[in-house]
Design a protein around this ligand. Sequence first.
Ligand SMILES: [Zn+2]
Ligand SMILES: [Zn+2]
Length: 121
Amino acid sequence: MAERSCLQCGETPASLKLNDIDICGIAGGYEYVELRELWPRHRWADWKDSELAKFGVKPEAYDKYRRASLFDLEYVDCADLITGCIRIVTKADVELFDLKIGTCIGCGNVAPSAEEVPVGA
Ligand SMILES: [Zn+2]
Ligand SMILES: [Zn+2]
């Protein structure tokens, strides 16, 4: 069995030891590296149904995301989300996201009936 990696920082027990890492966190940044996320402990266990539900995952897709990293869970396929596609419906969204009415913010697919979607305020 492959060694389990932490669902938060993506490290394995071996890589943590090798790189002398003693925290669970994600570093990021361009001009200088900073810690973007930090958790009190590593997450080795599979996600529970209740946790996946909080990420908006559909029950039918739970098994698909059981070992998904926290990063992957931010980009769940629209088809696997309870909400499905989240489409641009207001003029404010059009300006904010620079997408057309009816376009999904997640996957970019355009509703076939986009023209019929009423434009809100
Ligand atoms: Zn970790
Ligand atoms: Zn979508």
